[in-house]
Design a protein around this ligand. Structure first.
Ligand code: ADE
Ligand code: ZN
Length: 331
C-alpha cells in the first residue's frame, strides 16, 4: 500500500506555503538574515509543536515565518517543499500564502510574489510539477485591510488562481469579507475559504452563499448539519480535508475518530491535503498513509480521492487530462 500511495499521482489543493517551513530551513534562514529565534536547536522547535487548538498553532506559525525576509527566502521555502512533495508523488500543488502576515514586518507583496513566482517556474522546469497560487486574507484582521491588499495586488491579479480566507476562524465569519470576495468575483478570480474547521456549519453555508466559493477548505464540521451535508452533496462542493492537521489541532482526538469515512459515505467530494506539513507531522504521503492505517481503505478509494483533486484543481484542461492519464496509468 505504501508503494502504491507513493506512486499515486497526487494533487494537493490545500497547503499553506509558510506552513511548509521545516525547522532546519528556519534555522538557516534565521542565520542568513540575522534573525534571532526563541529556540536553541531544531529538536526544541519540534518539541514546541504541541498544539491545543488552531490559535495555539497560529501563534507559532506566525512567529516561525518571521525568518522570511527576501525573495530568495520565499523561493527557497517553496522549492524545499516542492522537492519533498515531488519525491512523495505529488504532481500538482496549490499554495495559499499570507501577504498580510509578511507586510506587518515590512516584507511587501512584490518580494513575496517574486520569490514564489521564481519557485513555480523552477518547479515546473526541474520537477515537471504544476503549481497554483491562492492569495489568502487573514480573517482575524479587519476587512478593510483585506480590501487594501486586494487592490495593492493589482499587478498580480492575473497570476492569482484564487483568493482564500484563513487564520483564526471562530468569531470571524465569512460574512465579514463579503465586499472583498465580491471584488475578486468582479475581477474573475475564483474563490475558496476555510470554513467548518473550528467554526460552525453555518460558516460553510455563509462561504457558499455570501462569498460564492468553489471549494471549502476543511469543512469537516458540516456533519453536524444534515441539511448542509445534503446541499454539499447535491451541489458537488469539494472539501479539501486535512486529516493530520485535524488531529494535531484537536479538531478530532485521533485519526480513528476522524469523520472522513462518514463524509465519504455521505457522498461528498473530498480531497486529502497536508495544510501545514512542517507543523503537523508530515506531507501528502503521511496523510494518505494515516488514512490507510486508520480506515483500512482500498486502493479504489484513494484513486477516487486523487481523481477528485485533479477534477477540482486550478489547471487548464490539457494539464487536467494529462493528470487523469497519469492516474489511469498508475493502476
Ligand atoms: N493558516 C495556516 N494553517 C491554517 C489552518 N489550518 N486554518 C486556518 N488558518 C491557517
Ligand atoms: Zn488551511
Amino acid at each position: 500500500m505504501r508503494d502504491f500511495l507513493r506512486r499515486l499521482p497526487k494533487a494537493e489543493l490545500h497547503l499553506h506555503i509558510e506552513g511548509s517551513l521545516e525547522p532546519e530551513l528556519m534555522f538557516s534562514l534565521a542565520e542568513r538574515n540575522g534573525v534571532s529565534l526563541p529556540y536553541a536547536c531544531v529538536e526544541e522547535v519540534r518539541a514546541a509543536y504541541d498544539f491545543s487548538d488552531l490559535q495555539s498553532f497560529l501563534d507559532l506559525y506566525y512567529q516561525g515565518m518571521n525568518v522570511l525576509r527576501t525573495a530568495e527566502d520565499f523561493h527557497d521555502l517553496a522549492m524545499d517543499y516542492f522537492r519533498r512533495a515531488s519525491a512523495e508523488g505529488v504532481v500538482h500543488v496549490e499554495m495559499h500564502f499570507d501577504p498580510q502576515a509578511h507586510r506587518v514586518r515590512g516584507v511587501e507583496l512584490p518580494v513575496v510574489m517574486e520569490g514564489l513566482s521564481q519557485a513555480r517556474r523552477h518547479a515546473q522546469r526541474e520537477l515537471g510539477m504544476s503549481t497554483a497560487l491562492i492569495m489568502a486574507f487573514l480573517r482575524d484582521r479587519p476587512a478593510e485591510e483585506a480590501m487594501a491588499l486586494m487592490e495593492s495586488a493589482a499587478p498580480y491579479w492575473e497570476m492569482l488562481d484564487a483568493v482564500g480566507l484563513d487564520s483564526a476562524e471562530r468569531g470571524n465569519p465569512p460574512a465579514k469579507f463579503v465586499e472583498v470576495f465580491e471584488r475578486a468575483r468582479q475581477l474573475g478570480i475564483p474563490r475558496v475559504a476555510h470554513a467548518g474547521e473550528e467554526g460552525p456549519p453555518d460558516y460553510i453555508r455563509e462561504a457558499l452563499d455570501l462569498l460564492d466559493v468553489c471549494r471549502i477548505d476543511h469543512g469537516v464540521r458540516c456533519l453536524e448539519d444534515p441539511e448542509l451535508v445534503a446541499r454539499l452533496r447535491d451541489e458537488g462542493v469539494v472539501l479539501t480535508v486535512c486529516p493530520l492537521s485535524n488531529v494535531r489541532l484537536r479538531v478530532v482526538e485521533r485519526m480513528t475518530d476522524h469523520p472522513l469515512p462518514q463524509l465519504l459515505d455521505a457522498g461528498l467530494r473530498l480531497t486529502l491535503n497536508s495544510d501545514d506539513p512542517a507543523y503537523f507531522g508530515g506531507g501528502m504521503l503521511a496523510n494518505f498513509e494515516a488514512c490507510a492505517e486508520a480506515f483500512g481503505w482500498s486502493k479504489e478509494i484513494f484513486i477516487q480521492l486523487a481523481g477528485t483533486a485533479i477534477e477540482a484543481a486550478f489547471i487548464d484542461e490539457t494539464r487536467r487530462l494529462d493528470l487523469h492519464r497519469q492516474l489511469a496509468a498508475c493502476l
